[in-house]
Write a protein that binds this ligand. Structure first.
Ligand code: FES
Ligand SMILES: [Fe+2]
Length: 312
């Protein structure tokens, strides 16, 4: 796949979606099988090296990923340890094993590493994000991931796209404070109406694909992971808006935030994004204005980091 940032972690599944059975996900232009063992989560290309079955249709047995077609068993590091048709073998060739990719589970997501370098640390994340209560939702949208991510720091669409659900949002973007810390970009501002009333908004992006947004009382974290050159996996997790201490109440708050944002706001965003020109963010063909500083910064940073893109 083109235009990927290398040597970084990508969130590829919500933790809640990966149960005891393995699953196959389409991300970063490939299909990956994800599975759990006592040692943690694991990831590898989803096609069995034997004759190509989808390992996501297999099972985890005795701690090993087992192919659904002829039952070859793989350990968490990808080694093939049992080929049932061959009985008890002393030596199974290395090429019968899987080429696993580094995987970790943290912050409510399963992440895989993309790149040739060896990861020295886990994924960067947002300070103060409370992962003790996680209610989330995910969907695949027909939009290039750069178009989704460039919008993380775009707040002046709110009164137009989401005005029905955000009546306090004025049309003028004021009090802009944009920060560039390399892999972290953040912006706070206010959506101010003609009477001078403002709705505070804030966002932070961790390059390339993680974002945290607060609009009024609603706050969420999300990832926009590339599926391929045309589609993006959008997966958001919600936090309680207020400070209730009772776990059940906190869960209900997070669930309400999910319904408001994912089912209402993001549905409106999706309709806009999917009607954009397909393909990566065309920076030089956009007539940007000062209120777009956040979006422009994300695009510039992404272009510095991503593999070269063929542009017409
Ligand atoms: S295709 Fe997987 S064991 Fe044969
Ligand atoms: Fe939006």
């Amino acid at each position: 796949m083109e235009a990927l940032v290398s040597n970084t972690w990508y969130a590829v599944e919500r933790s809640a979606n990966l149960k005891l059975r393995p699953t196959t996900v389409e991300r970063l232009g490939n299909r990956y099988v994800l599975w759990r063992s006592a040692a943690g989560v694991h990831a590898a290309p989803a096609q069995c090296p034997h004759r190509g079955a989808d390992l996501g249709d297999g099972r985890v047995r005795n701690g090993c990923l087992t192919c659904p077609y002829h039952g070859i068993a793989f350990t968490g590091d990808g080694t093939a340890v049992h080929r049932p048709a061959q009985g008890c073998e002393e030596h199974i060739p290395k090429k019968a094993g899987l080429r696993t990719v580094p995987a970790v589970e943290v912050h409510g997501y399963v992440w895989i590493w993309h790149g040739d370098a060896t990861p020295t640390d886990g994924p960067e994340w947002f300070d103060g994000d409370d992962s003790s209560v996680i209610v989330g939702a995910d969907q695949t949208w027909d939009v290039h991931y750069s178009r989704f991510m460039e919008s993380a720091l775009d707040f002046h669409h709110v009164p137009f796209v989401h005005g029905r659900y955000a009546p306090g949002a004025g049309q003028r973007l004021t009090d802009i404070d944009l920060r560039d810390d390399g892999m972290r970009l953040s912006m706070s501002a206010a959506l101010t109406n003609e009477k001078g009333r403002s709705l505070p908004v804030a966002g932070e992006v961790i390059m390339p694909c993680s974002l945290q947004v607060t609009i009024g009382a609603t706050s969420f974290v999300a990832v926009g992971t590339p599926v391929d050159d045309h589609r993006t996996w959008v997966a958001a997790n919600y936090k309680p808006s207020y400070t209730a201490r009772i776990p059940g109440v906190r869960w209900v708050e997070a669930w309400l935030a999910m319904v408001v944002d994912f089912k209402l706001f993001q549905r409106q965003d999706r309709a806009i994004y999917e009607a954009l020109d397909p393909g990566p963010s065309p920076l030089e063909h956009m007539a940007l204005m000062p209120a777009d500083r956040g979006a422009a910064l994300w695009i510039r940073r992404w272009r510095e980091l991503a593999a070269p893109i063929d542009r017409p």
